[in-house]
Design a binder for this molecule. Structure first.
Ligand SMILES: *Cc1c(COP(=O)(O)O)cnc(C)c1O
Length: 229
């Protein structure tokens, strides 16, 4: 049995220590990644104070939300979104963290307009340009921002990135540093009122991410144990 309470406490301690080490005074929000775990795990985490959960598949999240009974929470989509799922994504997610192309941005805009919602999004960047990962390249930065500016029912809130999976998380510090610089540029262009989130850091590298400025960390395994997949 996974001891969610003890794991969650340990994760909070890791977040706290990383914040203190880096002299940060701002809030670091934990996104509990519940993909592949049952709704009972979501509910237990919420009883223990979790307020934001991350799911990477629309279908799985829709089903979990239907089963979920508990305090109101925020649902984040953190996985690649296909255009034929855009309508559901807009309906079921408070924040879509994984906007990784102009095409999906356009599909989200269209669906959000249909239901008269302003959809909060993050742009997902594949900073290390890993071929097996989704995400925008930095060379696409200006074009995607132009697309965002033309989208009436989309509100850009920041960016998300995943660092390469490595043994020693120190190795990915430069990736997080680049992401912070992008975040900083977005804040200068659009203001800190709108641009709120720099989403980076997972179970194995959250400390380095926080030290480099992450204020949303997406943590699954360290809370819920390993997944089937
Ligand atoms: C699964 C996943 C996470 C959580 O990863 P862990 O290593 O289990 O903490 C974070 N972000 C994304 C985009 C994911 O798909």
């Amino acid at each position: 049995m996974t001891d969610i309470a003890a794991n969650l406490e340990a994760v909070r301690e890791r977040i706290r220590n990383a914040r203190i080490r880096s002299g940060r005074v701002d809030h670091v929000q934990l996104v509990a990644v519940t993909k592949f775990h049952p709704v009972t795990a979501v509910q237990e985490a919420v009883r223990l104070g979790v307020t934001v959960v991350g799911e990477n598949r629309v279908q799985e999240a829709v089903q979990k939300q239907a089963e979920y009974t508990g305090a109101p929470i925020s649902w984040h989509l953190i996985g690649h979104l296909q255009r034929n799922k855009a309508a559901q994504a807009v309906q079921y997610f408070d924040l879509i963290e994984s906007v990784d192309s102009a095409r999906i941005l356009e599909a989200i805009q269209k669906q959000a307009e249909k239901i008269d919602k302003v959809q909060d999004i993050l742009l997902q960047f594949n900073i290390a340009e890993e071929p097996q990962k989704y995400g925008l390249k930095l060379s696409e930065y200006e074009d995607i921002l132009a697309a965002v500016e033309g989208a009436s029912h989309i509100r850009l809130r920041g960016l998300m990135c995943m660092a390469p999976l490595v043994e020693n998380p120190e190795e990915v510090r430069p990736v997080f540093r680049v992401a912070y610089n992008v975040f900083d540029d977005l804040r200068q262009r659009y203001g800190e009122e709108d641009i709120r989130y720099l989403s980076m850091g997972m179970s194995n590298d959250m400390e380095v991410a926080i030290e480099e400025g992450a204020n949303l960390v997406r943590v699954g395994t360290a809370i819920f144990g390993s997944r089937e997949q």
